[in-house]
Design a protein around this ligand. Sequence first.
Ligand code: SF4
Length: 249
Amino acid sequence: MKSKRKKCQKWHFFVTLYGTNKMMPQNVKTSNARNYQRELDKILEQVTMTQRLFLHSCCAPCSSYVLEYLRRYFEITVFYYNPNISADEEYQKRVAEQKRLIEAYNKLPDSGYPIAVMEGDYEPKAFYAIAKGLEQCPEGGERCFACYELRLRKTAELARQLEYDYFTTTLTISPLKNAAKLNEIGERLSEEYQIAWLPSDFKKKNGYKRSIELSAEYGLYRQNYCGCVYSREQRTSNQKEQGQIRREL
Ligand code: SF4
């Protein structure tokens, strides 16, 4: 518990130092940063039409571009496993949107393989167990890394059991998510479960922009907070602060 708090404090220091989420360390470019999009391109050049991808999805809007892009290459099963989402009603809303989008995509003529969907268990207790001691971490910090791992671990485990060729996640499309950390976790789990990880940084090639266009086209519900109760509280308090500043101006 103590070490978790220390890690969280370290992130508070970075947030103070860098000021905004935009400038948080995960988004600071270094000269030796890996280009995950280029790595993905290389794999896609070699993919044969029979390979199967087990794709963890956080929500319909983030999956919209990823599915449009990858279904030309893979037989995809979308795995909706997000025990981090608070509360139950919000979870149901997001999962329903995910299924609705897949249904719509499957009706499109000649746009790729049919997409399957699998809903994981909604088990908030699993999320609160990994978030214990990290409740105060700002979004983008250690709590989020643990949250990524919780969801990716289950994805890797099932992908292995069900004999998929690859596993990956839609999460790298978000500018608020740490793509390097997600790929690092994915690669570690790939070793552990002996299942290939598909590297990605889906926001590249205008992926994030395209997800916004597709969300508008399909009228998708776009939530205004990441998912957990802490991110919801953070968003509410940011909105209150902004309202206060506006009133004072
Ligand atoms: S802010 Fe998002 S990624 Fe971070 S812990 Fe909460 S739900 Fe998970």
